[in-house]
Write a protein that binds this ligand. Structure first.
Ligand code: F6P
Length: 322
């Protein structure tokens, strides 16, 4: 394989640049030309390809976001769009593609494989909802950002004896909420997977108040069955929870920032392994981390399974929140 391409797709995640750098430099090691595709499948459809040299990826290891930019594309979901993407790849003489992104992006990668094009996926998403890898690129950095925010909010919550409802990202997956709850010392965690009724939230805050806590923090995933503003209004109306209620939506600050040491390492290792997988003739796979081992997982498996969080983490969150 002499010419490959790389793209970042879906929501950006800290460490994507480190992965691009690893793909380019590993490709050069194996005497390949590496093209960057701008704006993911949109750039693929528009033929927005650029040859990346080693110098073009210098100084990006520590940068958040993605130098290749990213996009979510509707046209690529159609067979006609997929065929056009293939045509563009062929026009540029690309023989293999590395797709760095989340579950939707990896589904796109699988589609290209099913049409006969060699593709290897790299998990990049702060949500940590991708099957086949313990961690996706960006999760660790996002968690650190959230924990830092929780620590700051807890300071002011204690000063004013308030209860804070803090919304974190995660449309379908409560990994960030649950881990942030455990690592940030929250009193309550609400995820899309584990429903907590608004009455139970109120009761939990009352229990914290009665136990003499000076504050209470509830971490709520954005995909929870009610919106954080709705919950705040409900709690305020009850007037019996003890604490004053405030809410904070952390939003996209969770997606930015310089990648942590862990994310730089994960991105570098997975990026390198992705290129080696292509070189070795592996296609239709994602490179994932299983314990300390890098593994190749079929994209069909990755995109057809849901990553479940173990009950033991919910148990840990509950016990430590006393
Ligand atoms: O998938 C990553 C993610 O950050 C989700 O947690 C969040 O729901 C979504 O992307 C937000 O997407 P956008 O940046 O398009 O608003």
């Amino acid at each position: 394989m002499k010419r490959i391409a790389v793209m970042t797709s879906g929501g950006d995640a800290p460490g994507m640049n480190a992965a691009i750098r690893a793909v380019v430099r590993t490709g050069l090691e194996y005497e390949m030309e590496v093209y960057g595709i701008r704006q993911a499948y949109t750039g693929c459809l528009n033929g927005d390809f650029e040859l990346l040299t080693s110098r073009e990826v210098s100084g990006i290891l520590q940068r958040g976001g993605t130098i290749l930019q990213t996009a979510r594309n509707e046209e690529f979901r159609t067979l006609q769009g997929q065929r056009r993407a293939l045509r563009r790849l062929n026009e540029h003489g690309i023989e293999g593609l590395v797709v760095i992104g989340g579950d939707g992006s990896l589904r796109g990668a699988l589609t290209l494989c099913q049409l006969g094009f060699p593709v290897v996926g790299v998990p990049g998403s702060i949500d940590n909802d991708i099957w086949g890898t313990d961690m996706s690129i960006g999760v660790d950095t996002a968690l650190n950002t959230i924990i830092d925010a929780l620590d700051r909010i807890r300071d002011t919550a204690t000063s004013h004896q308030r209860a804070f409802l803090i919304e974190v990202m995660g449309r379908n997956c409560g990994y960030l909420a649950l881990m942030a709850g455990i690592l940030g010392g929250a009193e309550l965690v609400i995820t899309p997977e584990q429903h907590v009724s608004m009455d139970d939230v109120a009761q939990s805050l009352i229990d914290s108040y009665v136990r003499g806590k000076t504050h209470a923090v509830a971490v709520i995933a954005e995909g929870a069955s009610y919106h954080v503003t709705e919950l705040a209004a409900f709690l305020e109306n009850r007037k019996d929870v003890g604490f004053e209620i405030r809410l904070s939506i952390l939003g996209h600050i969770q997606r930015g920032g310089s990648p942590s040491a862990f994310d730089r390492r994960l991105a570098s290792q997975l990026g390198m392994r992705a290129v080696e997988a292509l070189r070795d003739g592996n296609t239709g796979v994602m490179v994932g981390m299983n314990g300390r081992q890098i593994q190749l997982v079929p994209l069909e498996e990755v995109t057809s399974q849901t990553r479940e969080m173990t009950d033991s983490y919910y148990e840990l969150a509950r016990i430590l929140s006393r």
